[in-house]
Design a protein around this ligand. Structure first.
Ligand code: AGP
Length: 607
């Protein structure tokens, strides 16, 4: 996600802004910029790429101001470029804005503002904020921001400064992504998170959703969502700066597991109308004729994203009735696949740079397929290759082991199914939407019980082998659970369809081989229960992920991991979370390098 830094005080702002942005680099970004009002001008310096590029461009620029804003951008709307980098000016060049979040109604606001004569030079939703504030600005910046946020829908933490303010001032607003103030000695700070401020102050104020804040030389003021002045508590941080890069979590992977409720929410927000059932995407459009012409959907991916594709097959076939073929990128690209003109090929990739997935997409396109992508990185190769993109809004995923990207890919696949269903003229019933809206809360409930998994890991971290079993859409989750464990703890683990036990794996069963069984839903629950009892009858140890009480398992499990029940198609999203946490705590107990496991890269850009 984007990084925000603001400074107002007696020191030169540029070094402080750059230092603050450096401390936010872990958040992932693709461009950076700063703005400093100097002698009645807004001096803006921006650069695509890493901060070193920005520092190069800043060389020799004398920006001797007393306040300024800095930003690192993680693109959500508009490809990474100088043009789309923040800060962004309003059309009249009166003020500059930096922003973290997603403005869901930016298209309609942009249309209205353009109709009123406001020009736009970028593809970003942030520029709408700049023009909106300017349209309300008559000298009182805080009131202009207050009127602006009343028109915004979505998630935002933004800061703005204006040339025509009567004194140096920075106004910030928060609804969703965090925004904190820092109080120094005669100087004020504002940032996305305390990491950027720790070098200068440990006294911070965490703004609440709906708060507005105004920073001036004399200090800061805060107003709540009702426009009333409020006192927010000053928190004294004793954070270790290194730790704080992970938001206080020990590893990025654990932080990203905890990010999932918000990431799921951000991924479906603004795309599903839970009243009407209308589903729409801002960067993927298929006509009813194009959808009617789809003979087969090809899902192409690698690793965890391939597991998402396997779950996606169940979702898409059930929601659309269109046959779905799933393939590893590395296999598809070399097997001369059968593709009909008008088929839909969907590349699924967190990084958008996986060589095998890219080549598979090219192979499908060469044979007449229409290309779509489900991806987490705006402007990556996969997104540039595709005719349309359904972005997962998971934010940067730093840990090599994919977690929030996977669950948001599943939500994206589910929404794609709803969208195609709608284009086929079939109804999107409420029953298909209710549990989607409930997902973030259900996942938050599982994540809240993380200590249970730490305790469970204590029993099994010395095991040398694991077997994961599931049926139906839970079979890919068994594969994913096994991959999570093996890639960060280096324990041999394999996933198997539970129904295959008698065809081989049952020979492995003994008391040294823990078996993780995923037993949820109605369709095949009894069958999985039988498999669990077969394991137990041979002195095997069963850890069950289930939506039932322990009694319902009839002694089929040694350890029961209870998960909330949602619809069968969405249940895999819930069921994977305990397996992520279990793998994480086993790896921690083994002293493994959780975020950077040996031999692995976050993105496999070569074959
Ligand atoms: C999953 O935890 C691994 N990091 C790996 O399997 C990954 O899913 C695979 O390399 C595909 O990456 P992508 O989603 O960026 O294409």
């Amino acid at each position: 996600m984007c990084g925000i830094v603001g400074y107002l005080g007696a020191r030169s702002p540029v070094p402080l802004l750059v230092d603050g942005l450096r401390r936010l680099e872990y958040r992932g970004y693709d461009s950076a910029g700063i703005v400093v009002p100097v002698n009645g001008r807004l001096e803006i310096v921006k650069a695509e790429g890493k901060l070193d590029r920005l520092v190069e461009v800043l060389q020799g620029r004398e920006l001797a101001g007393v306040y300024g804003l800095g930003h690192t951008r993680w693109a959500t709307h508009g490809i990474p470029s100088q043009r789309n980098a923040h800060p962004l000016l309003d059309a009249k060049g009166r003020l500059a804005v930096i922003h973290n979040g997603i403005i869901e109604n930016f298209v309609s606001l942009k249309k209205r503002l353009a109709g009123e004569g406001w020009d736009f030079v970028s593809d970003t939703d942030t520029e709408v904020i700049a023009n909106l504030v300017s349209s309300h600005f008559d000298g009182d910046l805080r009131v202009a921001v207050e009127r602006t946020v009343a028109e915004l829908e979505g998630m935002y933490a933004f800061a703005v400064l204006a040339l025509e303010s009567s004194e140096p001032e920075i106004v910030g607003a928060r609804s969703g992504p965090p925004l904190v103030l820092g109080r120094g000695d005669g100087e004020q700070f504002l940032a996305s998170d305390p990491t950027a401020l720790l070098a200068h102050t440990r006294e911070v104020v965490f703004l609440e959703n709906g708060d507005l804040a105004r920073l001036t030389a004399g200090g800061y003021e805060v107003w709540n969502s009702s426009g009333e002045p409020v006192e927010r508590p000053i928190v004294r941080l004793n954070w270790d700066p290194v730790q704080s890069e992970k938001g206080g979590f020990k590893h990025f992977m654990l932080k990203e597991i905890h990010d999932q409720p918000q990431a799921l929410q951000d991924t479906f927000a603004g795309r599903v109308d839970f009243e009407s059932g209308e589903v729409g995407f801002d960067a993927l459009e298929l006509t009813s004729q194009e959808v009617a012409a789809i003979d087969r959907i090809h899902l192409l991916a690698c690793g965890t994203s391939w597991h998402a594709a396997l779950v996606g097959k169940f979702m898409l076939e059930e929601l659309t009735g269109i046959p779905v073929e799933v393939d590893y990128g590395s296999e598809y690209r070399y097997r001369d696949p059968l593709v009909r003109e008008g088929d839909l090929a969907v590349g699924i990739s967190q990084s958008g740079e996986t060589a095998d997935t890219i080549s598979a997409m090219e192979a499908a396109a060469q044979r007449g397929a229409k290309l779509a992508a489900i991806c987490n990185v705006v402007g990556s190769q996969v997104t540039r290759l595709a005719d349309g993109v359904l972005y997962t809004h998971a934010g940067p995923e730093i840990g090599v082991a994919s977690t929030k990207a996977f669950t948001t890919q599943l939500v994206a696949l589910y929404m794609l199914g709803l969208y195609l269903r709608q284009r086929l003229g079939r109804p999107v019933e409420n029953a298909l939407l209710a549990d989607l809206a409930h997902l973030p809360q259900a996942v938050a409930g599982v994540v809240a019980g993380e200590r249970d998994f730490e305790e469970l890991a204590g029993h099994f971290f010395e095991a040398s082998d694991f077997l994961y079993i599931g049926r139906g859409a839970n079979y890919p989750i068994a594969l994913e659970g096994a991959l999570k464990l093996k890639e960060i703890s280096y324990i041999h683990a394999e996933g198997y369809p539970a129904g295959e036990m008698k065809h081989g794996p049952i020979a492995l069963i003994d008391k040294s081989l823990p078996v993780v069984a995923i037993a949820t839903g109605e369709r095949v629950f009894d069958k999985v229960l039988s498999n669990m009892q077969e394991v137990r009858a041979r002195d095997g140890i069963v850890l069950a992920v289930t939506d039932r009480d322990a009694e319902a398992l009839g002694g089929g499990a040694d350890h029961v991991i209870r998960v909330p029940r949602v619809s069968e198609l969405l249940q895999p999203i819930i069921n994977v979370v305990p397996l992520q946490l279990f793998a994480y705590f086993v790896a921690v107990r083994r002293g493994a390098d959780v975020d950077q496991p040996r031999n692995l890269a976050k993105s496999v850009t070569v074959e």
